[in-house]
Ligand binder design. Structure first.
Ligand code: XMP
Length: 510
C-alpha cells in the first residue's frame, strides 16, 4: 500500500538517524538510504533530504549523488554537507572554516518570508557542527539566514524548492529545528502527517495479508518487545497460520517463562512453549569462556527451533522482529560496524533459515515498535520491560553454568527487579540485573563465620545501550536491597554495586 514518504540520502553523518526520527515525529514516514546504494525513486517520495557527512566536499573522492535526478523534480533540503554539496555543485565555493563553527550559535538575520524559515525568531538558537563553510553562493541562490560568523547559514535556490542549511535542525539544541523540518516536510513537500501507529498497523496488516495469503509462518518469540509486536502484526493478518515458538532455555528470569507464555496465550497467539532447559544445560556443561557459552546457546537454540519448525507442515515463511536500526546498520555508508561480542552467532544453515523471511518491523525504530505494540494492546509489562540478553543469565553467571547457580541468581535478580519496581525506580533505569561472581567471601551471620557467594548488582541509564552510565540509585534503596538479598537468598553473603560506565566497561560482565 502506498505511503507518502521523505527520502533521506545518507552521506555518513552521525546525525542521520536523528533526522529520520524527527521527520517521523511529525507523523511523516521516511527512509534512510546510503548515497552509494539508492533505490529507484517511487512516486510516493514527496521530498529529499541530503544528510551531513564526516567528509569534505573538497575531497577528490567526496561522496556524491546525481543531483539532477531530484532538482526541479522534488523539494530538496541539504543539511550541512548536503548544503555544501548543493552550493558547490552549482558553482558556489566551499572552504575550510577560518574559525571554529561547532556548538550553539544564534541566527542574526532570518528571512521569514522564505517558506523554509517561516515562524523563525530573528535570533533563534541553532546547532552548528562543520569544518567547512560555504563562502560563496551562485547568483541564483538567496541567503535566507545568517549568524554573526556564518553568512550562508541557510540558502534557497530561486525558482526551485531547493534549500540548504549549515546548521542541524535534528539536534534539540537547534531550538526551532522541529519548526524548520515541519516547514519543509509539511508545507514545502506537502506531506499529510497521517503516518501514525494505528495507520502503520492498518497498512502493515493489509500488506501482510496480500503477501502471505494462506501461507504458514513460524516465529520464535523471545519475550521481548520486538518479537512480540512482530507476532501480533502477523497474527492479525493470518491468524492461526502463524505458529509461534517460545523456548525455555533455563536461563530466563524467575517465573518468566510461564508468565510470558500465559500472556501470549491471552493475546490469542498460537504459541508453543518448549521446555529445553536440559538441552541447554547439557550444552553448557564445563564451559567457562563467555564466547563459548554464547556459541553453545546459539547453536542449541537453532537445534531446538529447527526441530520444532519441522513439526509444522508446509511452513514457508520465517517471521522475525528485526527493527530499522539493524537494517540501516547492515547497509550503512560505512558497512556493518565491527561487533565486539558475537551477539548473532549462527553456525551452518539450518532448514528453517532457508525459509522466506517476513520482517514487519524492519522500518521502525524501537520507540515506534513500542507505540505500535501499545496501539495493538500488548501488555505494559512486556512493552516497558528492560532489554534482556539472548543468552540470558548465562552471561551473568561468571564461569560455568549449573542449575543451582541459575536458581540463586534468579532469586537475587527477582528481589532486585521487584525492589526497583516497588520503589518506582524501574522505569528510570534502562537496564538492570545481577551478576553471580565466581568467588566466595568471608562473612559473619549470628555467631557463625560464613564463606559464601558474592553478587554484583548492575543498573544503567542509556539511550540505546551503545554507551551507558551506572545508575545513581539511592543509597537507602541499595542498603535495603542488599539486606534483603543476604537475608533471603541462601548461599549469598555479600552484595556489591557496579559503578562502571560504558565505555570502558560493558553493561554485561561477560
Ligand atoms: P554490552 O554488555 O555489550 O551490552 O554493553 C549491550 C546490550 O546488549 C545486550 N547483550 C546481548 N544481547 N545477546 C543479546 O541478545 C548477547 O550475546 C548480548 N550481550 C549483551 C546487553 O544486555 C545490553 O542490553
Amino acid at each position: 500500500m502506498a505511503t507518502e514518504q521523505i527520502l533521506i540520502i545518507d552521506f555518513g553523518s552521525q546525525f542521520t538517524q536523528l533526522i529520520a526520527r524527527r521527520v517521523r515525529e511529525l507523523n511523516v514516514y521516511c527512509e534512510i538510504h546510503p548515497y552509494n546504494n539508492l533505490p529507484s525513486i517511487s512516486p510516493d517520495v514527496k521530498g529529499v533530504i541530503l544528510s551531513g557527512s564526516p567528509c569534505s566536499v573538497r575531497d577528490s573522492d567526496a561522496p556524491n549523488v546525481h543531483l539532477a535526478a531530484f532538482r526541479h523534480k522534488l523539494p530538496l533540503l541539504g543539511v550541512c554537507y548536503g548544503a555544501q554539496l548543493l552550493a558547490q555543485s552549482s558553482g558556489g565555493e566551499v572552504q575550510p572554516s577560518s574559525i571554529r563553527e561547532y556548538g550553539r550559535a544564534r541566527l542574526g538575520t532570518v528571512d521569514t518570508a522564505s517558506e523554509l524559515m517561516k515562524g523563525f525568531d530573528q535570533h533563534s538558537q541553532v546547532w552548528m557542527s562543520h569544518g567547512d563553510t560555504i563562502t560563496q553562493i551562485p547568483d541564483h541562490f538567496d541567503v535566507i539566514a545568517s549568524t554573526e560568523t556564518v553568512r550562508v547559514a541557510a540558502f534557497q535556490v530561486r525558482g526551485e524548492q531547493t534549500y540548504g542549511i549549515q546548521f542541524h535542525p535534528e539536534v534539540t539544541h537547534s531550538l526551532q529545528g522541529k519548526q524548520l523540518l515541519h516547514n519543509f516536510v509539511v508545507d514545502i513537500c506537502g506531506c499529510s502527517q497521517n503516518w501514525t501507529a494505528d495507520s502503520f498497523v492498518d497498512t502493515t496488516v493489509a500488506d501482510l495479508k496480500a503477501k502471505l495469503g494462506d501461507d504458514k509462518v513460524v516465529l520464535g518469540l523471545s519475550g521481548g518487545v520486538d518479537s512480540s509486536v512482530a507476532a501480533m502484526l502477523i497474527h492479525r493478518a493470518i491468524g492461526p497460520n502463524l505458529y509461534c515458538i517460545f523456548v525455555d532455555n533455563g536461563l530466563l528470569r524467575k517465573d518468566e517463562f510461564q508468565s510470558v507464555l500465559d500472556s501470549y496465550k491471552t493475546l490469542g497467539l498460537n504459541v508453543k512453549g518448549v521446555d529445553a532447559q536440559e538441552q541447554f544445560y547439557s550444552a553448557l556443561t564445563g564451559l567457562t569462556d563467555p564466547e563459548a557459552k554464547r556459541k553453545a546457546i546459539g547453536k542449541t537454540f537453532i537445534d531446538v527451533f529447527d526441530q520444532e519448525s519441522h513439526r509444522i507442515e508446509d511452513v514457508s515463511w520465517l517471521g522475525q522482529g528485526t527493527i530499522y536500526p539493524d537494517v540501516i546498520e547492515s547497509v550503512s555508508v560505512k558497512g556493518p560496524s565491527a561487533t565486539i561480542k558475537s551477539h548473532h552467532n549462527v553456525g551452518g544453515l539450518p532448514d528453517f533459515m532457508k525459509l522466506k523471511v517476513v520482517e514487519p518491523l524492519n522500518t521502525l525504530f524501537k520507540d515506534e515498535v513500542r507505540a505500535v505494540g501499545r496501539s495493538m494492546g500488548l501488555p505494559e509489562f512486556i512493552l516497558g520491560r528492560h532489554p534482556f540478553p539472548g543468552p540470558g543469565l548465562a552471561i551473568r553467571i561468571l564461569g560455568d553454568i549449573t542449575p543451582e547457580k541459575v536458581a540463586i541468581l534468579q532469586e537475587v535478580d527477582a528481589l532486585f527487579i521487584n525492589g526497583l519496581k516497588r520503589e518506582g525506580l524501574y522505569d528510570q533505569v534502562w537496564q538492570a540485573g545481577a551478576m553471580l561472581l565466581p568467588i566466595q567471601s568471608v562473612g559473619v551471620m549470628g555467631d557463625e563465620r560464613t564463606y559464601e557467594r558474592v553478587v554484583a548488582l548492575r543498573a544503567v541509564t542509556s539511550v540505546d545501550g551503545m554507551t551507558a552510565d551506572w545508575a545513581h540509585l539511592p543509597y537507602s534503596f541499595l542498603a535495603d536491597i542488599s539486606n534483603e538479598i543476604i537475608n533471603k537468598v541462601k548461599g549469598v553473603n555479600r552484595v556489591v554495586y557496579d559503578i562502571s560506565s560504558k565505555p570502558p566497561a560493558t553493561i554485561e560482565w561477560e
